[in-house]
Design a protein. Structure first.
Length: 442
């Protein structure tokens, strides 16, 4: 027979049950004494311990480098409002919990994901200060850095300003999803559609339009156009058609394309930008950094000797490091970039492209295989009025930020679209057509 729990309050719960039973107070006290007395006995036999209650964001009462192991059971976002759920006990004890540093997400406390993350960081910075020392870490700094690197590769930045945060990122399953970048800086979301009057297919929509709604829909509802994007839905077959024309015009006719690129290159050889001389300003700022580094070294020495308090040391250290950071950033901005070897840079890229072109010769198919597209195309910049196709080279160091030159352009009309679509089936129809302006860059 199972003994019923008649304790009144439910164990391991932060609320009062709807059905309670009265217990003998003497039995309850006797049971609690069994739990509490061993603690007092332990305290009597051992002096090398400390019991405290406070915020993990401030551990100044604990000496630095004095803890071997920290066990953390963190709060789980917005799942439990600990201080709010404890209000009835606070009222009974006539106290009020200070929840300013409570690491939760709460609408009532005006704490979102940013505040939640900030409080966590403060706690773990304190843990790091108390534990960091000669102790052998459970996770080495190299392992931690590697984990952070892997997480960064699988996440992307979302939002701007205070709302900026990192979210999980799953790579696109199609080449167009991986290559297309909208004019607003966002990637494209893939939509599958199957309508009665049209063939099934795939469309791509900018994530700004996905999150904020298209301009057409917002206009119908009388909403503001601020922060929206005017890039329309891009049907997948249009991307395939552009690829087919581009490869036949520029990739298949490699000699003509390269000859045009070299001709354009000659126009840029003499475009050298005059660099300013900021050597005096850089020298003065570097001298200030040297002085601040000496101050920081003296400050650390004074703290090691116990001449200054930990709180004062942290404030002064933070102030000095902030000044050094600002000066270093200023020096970085004043330091001119080395002049670019425009001729050598583009010549190298063209040579790499020519080598790659020699490896592929069969582009007669209507649909270019995705592997071939990704081998030749670095990215596709998309706007309402233009599609910029950037040819890929083997240079990976600064491929995204490198300067580019336009080597070609063409426009696909309704007749081109009909010719392409009818080559698959004469039953296909084209609706609301607008000419596609395509430019080719390297």
């Amino acid at each position: 027979m199972t003994k019923a729990n008649l304790a009144g309050a439910m164990p391991n719960a932060l609320y009062i049950p709807s059905i309670i039973a009265e217990r003998n107070i003497i039995e309850l006290v006797r049971g609690k004494l069994k739990d509490i007395l061993p603690v007092f006995q332990f305290r009597k036999d051992n002096n090398n311990f400390r019991v405290g209650c406070g915020s993990s964001t401030d551990l100044r009462t604990i000496p630095d480098n004095s803890i071997d192991y920290i066990f953390v059971d963190p709060p789980f976002g917005s799942n439990l409002m600990y201080s709010e759920l404890s209000f009835i006990w606070d009222a009974w004890l006539k106290i009020l919990t200070n929840n300013a540093t409570e690491a939760i997400m709460s609408v009532a406390q005006r704490k979102g994901i940013v505040e939640y993350q900030s409080l966590f960081e403060q706690c773990f910075k304190e843990f790091y200060t108390q534990v960091k020392g000669t102790h052998t870490p459970i996770v080495t700094e190299e392992e931690f850095a590697r984990v952070q690197e892997i997480l960064a590769q699988k996440s992307i930045k979302s939002g701007k300003g205070k709302n900026a945060r990192k979210v999980g990122h799953k790579p696109h399953s199609t080449v167009w999803g991986r290559l297309m970048i909208c004019q607003c800086g966002k990637r494209f979301n893939m939509h599958f559609h199957e309508r009665k009057d049209r063939d099934p297919g795939v469309d791509y929509q900018c994530y700004t339009s996905v999150n904020r709604g298209s301009q057409t829909e917002r206009q119908k509802r009388g909403l503001s156009m601020e922060g929206t994007c005017d890039t329309p839905f891009i049907p997948g077959w249009k991307m395939e058609m552009m690829a087919s024309h581009l490869f036949k015009r520029y990739i298949k006719n490699a000699d003509d394309t390269l000859q045009l690129a070299y001709a354009l290159l000659e126009q840029h050889i003499d475009d050298q930008e005059e660099l300013p001389d900021n050597s005096d300003a850089i020298r003065r700022k570097q001298s200030e950094i040297d002085k601040l580094n000496k101050k920081l070294a003296n400050l650390i020495e004074m703290r090691e000797d116990g001449d200054i308090e930990k709180e004062y040391f942290r404030e002064r250290k933070k102030e000095i490091e902030s000044k050094i950071g600002r000066l270093a950033e200023s020096i970085k901005n004043l330091t001119p970039l080395p002049p670019k070897d425009i001729a050598g840079d583009y010549s190298g890229r063209l040579a790499e492209l020519k080598k790659k072109l020699s490896e592929y010769t069969d582009f007669d198919g209507l649909v270019i295989p995705e592997s071939i597209v990704e081998a030749f195309i670095q990215k596709i910049w998309v706007s309402k009025d233009e599609f910029r196709w950037y040819l890929r080279t083997n240079r990976s160091s600064s491929a995204e930020d490198a300067e580019h030159i336009q080597i070609g352009a063409f426009t696909l009309t309704l007749e081109d679209a009909k010719s392409y679509q009818y080559s698959f089936s004469t039953r296909k129809r084209i609706y609301n057509w607008e000419d596609l302006n395509v430019t080719v860059w390297i």
